[in-house]
Design a protein around this ligand. Sequence first.
Ligand code: ADP
Ligand code: ZN
Length: 612
Amino acid sequence: MKSEVESRGPTSALELLRGVFGYDEFRGQQEAIIARLAEGGDALVLMPTGGGKSLCYQIPSMLRPGVGIVVSPLIALMQDQVDSLRLLGVEAAYLNSTLDRQEAGRVESALVAGELDLLYVAPERLLTPRFLELLDRSPLALFAIDEAHCVSQWGHDFRPEYLSLSLLAERFPAVPRIALTATADAVTRREMAQKLRLEEARWYVASFDRPNIRYTVVEKQNARRQLLSFYREKHEGNAGIVYCMSRRSVDETAAWLREQGVSALPYHAGLDAARRARHQEAFLREDGVVVVATIAFGMGIDKPDVRFVAHLDVPKSLEGYYQETGRAGRDGEAADAFMTYGLTDVVALRRLLSRSDTDDAHRRVEQQKLEALLGYCESAGCRRQALLAYFGEELLGPCGNCDTCLNPVDTYDGTVEVQKLLSTVFRTGQRFGAGYLIDILTGRSTPRVKQLGHDRLSTFGIGADLAAPSWRRVVRQSTAAGFLTTDEDGYGSLKLTGASAAVLRGERKVALRRDPQPAPGVAGRRPANDRRALRPSGPEGELFEELRRLRSELARTQGVPPYVIFHDSTLREMAERKPRNEVELANVSGVGQKKLERYGQAFLAAISVFLV
Ligand code: ADP
Ligand code: ZN
């Protein structure tokens, strides 16, 4: 049977949004996209993670007669998506290699009989002759191609099967198609339209701003400790992802966090598949798990309540950074993107670049990407403006929700300091790394300095007015700005560049940022209207915790992740509004008809204890 929504007679998109999903209003362009598909048109949708892409094909699949076929490369996540929809009373199913023959047979007959609203399939299954014949015999509402950037041969998520999806246009010309992605660059856009034969589709491009994510970049001192105090101060008990560069640092960081009492689990390609699956499962299904991972983790993870994403090492590009941090706060609630960044990161990235054995054109592109990333890290202005500018989007004013907006950084004329540094590099023969150069600048006559006679240099001690950490900052910023470069020798020795001469001759001024001195690990006083208090305080907070406990219990007995039952924002609204009956409960955002029937009594009972 198709969902009862249809048997109730014609419904509107808004009725479905309110009755089934329990939301009041459409977000952004959702309504326009839904209307476009409902009337049989094609659409290409670029929306950031958390923008609400799913509703754009789910609702039209329910509005139109027939089944909506959703192509997704992420087999592991189909089940959760389908479970969520079923809890809402939507007739959804999936077909992939995890089903046995009998189960698959049942889904196939439901498909042909037109009993489904939505069917999720992996592309390789969709493209089999057998499945295509099934589709010929089935009533079809639409095709939705999720993660459509997988069609791009230049992207890192390339899936060859996606190229064959163009045959849907020829074989099912009357069925509307929608392709969706959160990857924005212009090349990928063009490839999507061409390769999926969606030249005639209407484009819907949303802003890529994620206003609920607070961006913070701190100077790296002891990255783990900084992470821990950030976690303790703001995210104790919350789910988060911590990215590290190497497998080894993933393992070590996860183990260290566990010693500190954080429920942290490692994830990288070096762990066996069963263990990886277990850790991902725990992250999705249990409250408050922190996954420490290489970038192997995260693609397609659509857990809505990831509260923070931390980078202990600098990511490879701003695109990567945007994708990775985008996994925080899909539910629209306040979330944090936290990065520790230091001189060693700059050195490592520059070395990576100088070693990559690609042609010049490629290297220039990589060079620009690296500059953009360093520019972001060193930015004295609004981080969000810098990030969006990189994606060609202009934010008119500073955002008010990043570290530099909340704790403005001063810049000052650092020309003289940079000159002192550069001439020390020159006078020591461009053979030494930052630590040794700083010894000379600050006038430390270490045995090595004495042995090499560098205590007799004219620059020995000329920087004694600054402490070593401040000199590290000068070295880092000079390197990031391209006045110094690191050798390929692997020892991190610093050399002058073409740009250094103008500074040494005094023809070029250099502005340096004076980093603010926040409490270790965190930047930021909170603005007055900050809704970041995720847990309400006082009795409401207790009720919120109680509702979370109830949710965990229900989730465990039903074998679904907690957020599939209700989101945190819904629980918080319940705690604040304390509904007394089903009518009041139904007014809480995120409570649709089915969930009301299924969970209403349990949650009302829990709330009633807190009513006075
Ligand atoms: P995407 O696929 O674009 O990353 P999702 O479709 O998973 O985003 O939606 C992100 C979150 O926002 C989900 O938890 C979803 O339930 C919620 N959401 C989507 N549309 C609305 C809306 N109109 N009102 C309230 N919440 C919404
Ligand atoms: Zn800002």
